[in-house]
Each structure stands twice: as C-alpha cells, then as structure tokens.
Design a protein around this ligand. Structure first.
Ligand SMILES: [Zn+2]
Length: 305
C-alpha cells in the first residue's frame, strides 16, 4: 500500500516523488497532482518571461518546421467545431495561445479569433502574425474583459496551473449557451507508460514538477469537465508516441531521436490525410481513447445550460 499524504485539503496515496514533490492520487480533486502545489506567484515569472526562452527554447522554431502537420491537426479541430455549431457562430478564444498558429488557421478560414497568453515572447510572435492577443493569464479579472465566445480551446494548459477546476469554470462563463470547449492535456500514467516501468525499468520521466502540476487521463479529465458544467461529446487520443519506447527507441532525454520518432508519426498522419483517410485516423484514435492509450487526451465538450 502506498503511503497516504495530506496537504492542505488534498489527500491521497503517493504515486511518485520527484525533486521534493509528491504526486498524489488526490481524492478531493479526482485527479493526480503534485503536492505542495506551487502558487500562482511562484509560476508567474516562469510563464511570463522564461517559458519559451528557458523551458522550451526550440518550441517556436519546431512548431514552424512542423506547420504543415499542425495545420492538419488544427483543421480537424475546426471541422469538429463547425460540425456542431450554426454557421454564424465563429468566435473562438484560445487560452494559452502560444505562438498563435492555431488561431491563425482559424482566422484564415473566417473565424473571429482572440488569444490570451502570458508569455511576452509568444505574444510578440502572435502579434507579428496579425493576431489579437491579450498578454495575460486567464483570471476572474481578465475574463471579464474578453467578451463571449462560441468555442474555447485550451491546449497544454491545465497540467500547468494550480487550479484547473477554477479555470474550467471561467471558460464556462465565457461561452455562449451551447458553446464548445476543446481541452488537450497529456495522458499520464497511461498503460504504455505502466508497461515501460514494469518491463523496461523506466523512471516516470513524465513527472516534471514544478511545471507539470496535474497528471490527467481520459477519465479524470472527463470528470473534471463534467464537474465544471460540460457534457463531453468526443474523447480522442493523440498518437501514442510512447509506443516507440516500447519498441526500443529510447528518446527520453535524447532530443534527436525524439525528433526522428515525431517525424515518423507526422509521416504516418500526413499520409493518411493525403489519402483522404482522416476519418479512419480519428476513429482509430477515438478507439485508443477507450483503452486509455495515447500521448494526449483530447476532449470536446458542450456547455450545459
Ligand atoms: Zn487535490
């Protein structure tokens, strides 16, 4: 039995301990997270000034290199939104909009776009693309100034913030009745990662405090969305890149090999897309989601009235 840890009003068994933080299966939150939870103040400098220069120095460059592939991913997301919404509902907010390419794609297909992004570097990049960006964190105060949206997209954000439940409630407030949310977060403690620990002696490389605070899977993120007032419409995985590790390509800490594995995944997806088989790919990834497999959890939800 794992030791149970109690920190403030968070309680649960300790799954891993890394760099002085414990990952607990929190009974009050319903998902895994580290304790102690860093404060907003402790994180503020990282995300305003350092994230794209120190933590992810190659991110902008790599996103640009991968843009053809990203545009396929983005296109599928906008297709999904347009499938659920009437033709005059085309206002989107991207929370943590990063370099801005997701919004640029939407703008080019006629959407009215807005981003909110704390990183100065990323905001400058987005402005150069001609995008409107609010350079800040999403808080109760900033939410009041943003307006109303038909879709809120929030990708690779919830794992980084101290209060994901509070953020989803703010998103709900920003959406029109029947508005859509698309959430993307890493799928951690997934079956392939479990196999890597059991069979190949891997350490939990995905545990990365203090940046990664929360560790979701399909069920826990689904629960969180429902709790915040959304009905989940689609559960989809992204490519289970950890499969390469199981096949013997250890890219952990090896950036070059990581890029090679990523490139194979891109080739796989681009070829399916070129053949007009995007629907087959999505069906496959939705089936992966049923088994908890995939590097990321992608959920599409609708605001409940
Ligand atoms: Zn908790």
């Amino acid at each position: 039995m794992n030791e149970v840890k109690k920190w403030q009003n968070h309680t649960g068994p300790i799954l891993d301990s890394v760099k002085g933080f414990d990952v607990i299966e929190c009974e009050s939150c319903g998902f895994k997270h580290i304790v102690p939870i860093p404060t907003h103040e402790e994180l503020e400098t990282i995300y305003r000034d350092e994230y794209y220069s120190k933590e992810k120095p190659l991110y902008l460059e790599r996103t640009r290199e991968d843009l053809d592939w990203w545009n396929i991913v983005y296109s599928e997301r906008y297709d999904t939104f347009e499938g659920y919404l009437p033709p005059d509902s085309r206002r989107i907010l991207d929370v943590g909009s990063g370099p801005g390419f997701f919004l640029l794609h939407g703008k080019q297909r006629g959407w009215q776009t807005l981003g909110i992004e704390p990183s100065t570097q990323a905001a400058i990049h987005s402005h150069k693309l001609g995008l409107e960006i609010v350079e800040d964190f999403l808080t109760e105060e900033t939410a009041n100034k943003l307006g109303e949206f038909d879709v809120v997209h929030i990708s690779e954000v919830l794992e980084h913030i101290p209060d994901p439940k509070g953020m989803l409630q703010l998103v709900k407030y920003l959406l029109t009745p029947g508005g859509l949310i698309c959430v993307v977060a890493p799928n951690d403690y997934n079956p392939f990662q479990y196999a890597l620990r059991m069979s190949c002696g891997y350490d939990p490389w995905w545990v990365a405090p203090p940046h990664h605070i929360n560790y979701f899977d399909f069920d826990s993120l689904n629960r969180l969305l429902e709790f915040a007032g959304f009905e989940v419409l689609i559960r989809e995985a992204t490519f289970p890149i950890d499969m390469f590790l199981l096949m013997g390509d250890n890219y952990v800490g090896n950036g070059n090999l990581g890029r090679q594995c990523h490139s194979k995944r891109k080739t796989f997806e681009c070829n399916l897309n070129k053949s007009g088989l995007s629907r087959v790919k999505r069906h496959l990834y939705q089936t992966f989601a049923q088994f908890g497999i995939g590097r990321e959890v992608v959920l599409f939800g609708k605001k409940k009235s």
